[in-house]
Design a protein around this ligand. Structure first.
Ligand code: C2E
Ligand code: CA
Ligand code: CA
Ligand code: CA
Length: 278
């Protein structure tokens, strides 16, 4: 056992223990929360820039645990992916999204609802079937649901074929796919060619630095042109200011989402905003 300099080693391993025990605590409480359906979903409107109307809303998971407090998606989702609980979160959010989309449709409000799915989740051979089962069970028409595909990690080439097959199956049923975090993901251009996409979503980091950097501004303009030349709809996320919004509008960007339009909010507030913009 070492003595000198052991302090930093000691404190490092203490930190390590802390992180581990927080993760273990989160896991334990998450299982319980899922069981009791104690998670929540907020919706963030997506606006058609040219018509000024709300056309869709993204479902974003929220979790406040009684003893842990707020666990943000940026902490929650990686833990859930590691432990496999992501499937349970995914079905919970999808079910909520389906019920919400259907409720809006019944009120005569034609809003699509987006859910977030990591492309890795499609390695599960039952993914498409389980999504279609949820649609059936909730009686939600497939064309009300959009799936935002994230690609934070590399995908093994051998699973690509099977993943594509499931996505095409869902596409045939009417589900629309959106490539999330475009430009920062692992294989944006590869997926742009391979996946059955309708929409590409420019990552917020580009929108954020667009006003400071001429290069980024031209990059954003180029992404918009590229998407259009491929017959894809282009959506900018993280739009926080009128200046950003106007610039994007001038570039011919189709859709925008961000605090400038509305923060993630309760379904009722989305409805009010829809009427306000209609
Ligand atoms: P994302 O899909 O890129 O979602 C956008 C994130 O940016 C959301 O954070 C949203 O609340 C936030 N945001 C929206 N507009 C603005 C803006 O104008 N400014 C700033 N600063 N932020 C904005 P959130 O809800 O914390 O989610 C973080 C990430 O966690 C999401 O990134 C998504 O990848 C993941 N996530 C969230 N909910 C789910 C879910 O139900 N399932 C899965 N698999 N992932 C989810
Ligand atoms: Ca998203
Ligand atoms: Ca993003
Ligand atoms: Ca994302």
């Amino acid at each position: 056992v070492r003595k000198a300099g052991g302090n930093s080693i000691m404190s490092l391993s203490k930190e390590g223990h802390k992180a581990l025990s927080r993760q273990a605590t989160i896991e334990k409480h998450l299982l319980l929360a899922l069981d009791q359906k104690n998670l929540n979903v907020l919706y963030q409107p997506q606006l058609d820039i040219q018509t000024g109307k709300i056309i869709a809303a993204e479902a974003l998971v929220r979790w406040v645990d009684e003893s842990i407090g707020v666990v943000s998606p940026d902490e929650l989702i990686p833990i859930a992916e590691e432990t496999g609980l992501i499937h349970s979160i995914g079905s919970f959010v999808l079910e909520q999204a389906c019920q919400q989309a259907l409720a809006w449709q019944k009120e005569g409000i034609p809003l699509k609802v987006s859910i977030n799915v990591s492309i890795r989740e499609f390695r599960d051979k039952n993914m498409a079937r389980s999504i279609l089962e949820t649609l059936e069970r909730t009686k939600c028409p497939a064309d009300l649901i959009q799936i935002e595909i994230t690609e934070k990690f590399a995908l093994e080439a051998e699973s690509e074929g099977a993943i594509m097959k499931q996505m095409r199956q869902l596409e045939q049923e009417g589900i629309v796919f959106v490539l999330d975090d475009f430009g920062t993901g692992y294989a944006s251009f590869r997926y742009m060619q391979l996946l059955p996409l309708k929409t590409v979503k420019i990552d917020a980091t580009f929108i954020r630095s667009m006003m400071q950097s001429e290069k980024t501004e031209q990059l954003v303009r180029g992404m918009i042109q590229l998407a259009k030349s491929m017959q894809l709809t282009i959506l900018a996320e993280g739009v926080e200011t009128a200046e950003q919004f106007d610039l994007l509008k001038g570039f011919g960007c189709d859709l925008a989402q961000g605090y400038h339009i509305c923060k993630p909010t309760a379904a009722n507030a989305v409805k009010n905003l829809y009427y306000q913009k209609a």
